[in-house]
Design a protein around this ligand. Structure first.
Ligand code: ADP
Ligand code: MG
Length: 226
């Protein structure tokens, strides 16, 4: 019975998601079609319209690629990794982008081993999503504190705190719903995708935030201890 309920809930979510994706992709497609039709009628290439068409195509591409992250093969490969190295890789990867935005990453990683069973690329995607949100929340720059600690014996906690614009209280419960975005060019898919990946790792993801003060995202993951 539980299994049936779980499956129907899952199907329902998939259906809602599919409807959302269809809607989000149809909008830019309609714009694209309109501009193409116009250029066909006038037989003139309008450079401004071409720019708009390109950015609409980019948007479709972004939405589709965020969804592809979820559409992983059924038998996924979990490997033993140390979270400090997985996160460290992502921090180096994004460091130059942060620098360009006057954002400084401070890291404080425990000396203890932090082995977990994970799908490395998926976990990296989560850290990328969260760090990107932190950078985007600080248009004038600032600091992001990235802490890895061991809690009790078997939980690893990763906390990412920024000094950004924060999230309005009424928006917090909606985070993780698809297409909820506060940004002009946002997709509102990053948190949803991240939450799903963390769930599939038996972890948790909590977001606390205060407008004009900043946001903290805490991700916990079960440690593998021998
Ligand atoms: P996107 O970044 O494409 O908008 P996300 O799912 O990553 O989608 O985030 C959804 C929304 O949550 C963002 O648009 C933003 O309004 C809010 N948000 C997420 N992280 C932060 C943060 N660190 N600081 C401020 N707002 C945030
Ligand atoms: Mg985002």
């Amino acid at each position: 019975m539980d299994e049936l309920l779980r499956r129907s809930e899952k199907l329902n979510t998939v259906g809602q998601l599919a409807a959302g994706v269809a809607h989000e992709i149809r909008n830019p497609l309609t714009t694209l079609r309109g501009f193409l039709q116009l250029q066909q009628q006038t037989q003139k290439l309008n450079v401004g319209h071409v720019d708009l068409m390109l950015s609409e195509l980019d948007r479709i591409n972004l939405i589709v690629s965020e969804f592809l992250i979820l559409a992983k093969p059924q038998a996924s490969k979990f490997e033993l990794k140390d979270v400090r190295y997985v996160l460290g890789d992502v921090v180096s990867l994004l460091d130059s982008q942060a620098h360009l935005c006057n954002v400084v990453f401070n890291t404080d990683f425990t000396q203890e081993e932090c082995e977990i069973a994970c799908e490395e690329n998926q976990l990296k995607q989560v850290f990328i999503n969260v760090l990107k949100n932190a950078i985007e929340a600080m248009p004038r720059g600032g600091e992001v504190n990235i802490v890895v600690e061991k809690r009790k014996r078997d939980t690893i906690a990763v906390s990412i705190t920024d000094q950004g614009v924060g999230i309005p209280e009424e928006m917090i419960p909606k985070l993780g719903d698809p297409f909820v975005t506060g940004k002009e060019t946002g997709t509102g898919l990053g948190i949803m995708v991240s939450q799903r990946i963390i769930q599939s790792h038996q972890g948790t993801m909590d977001i606390t935030s205060k407008v004009d003060v900043g946001t903290t995202v805490v991700i916990t993951l079960p440690a593998v201890t021998e």
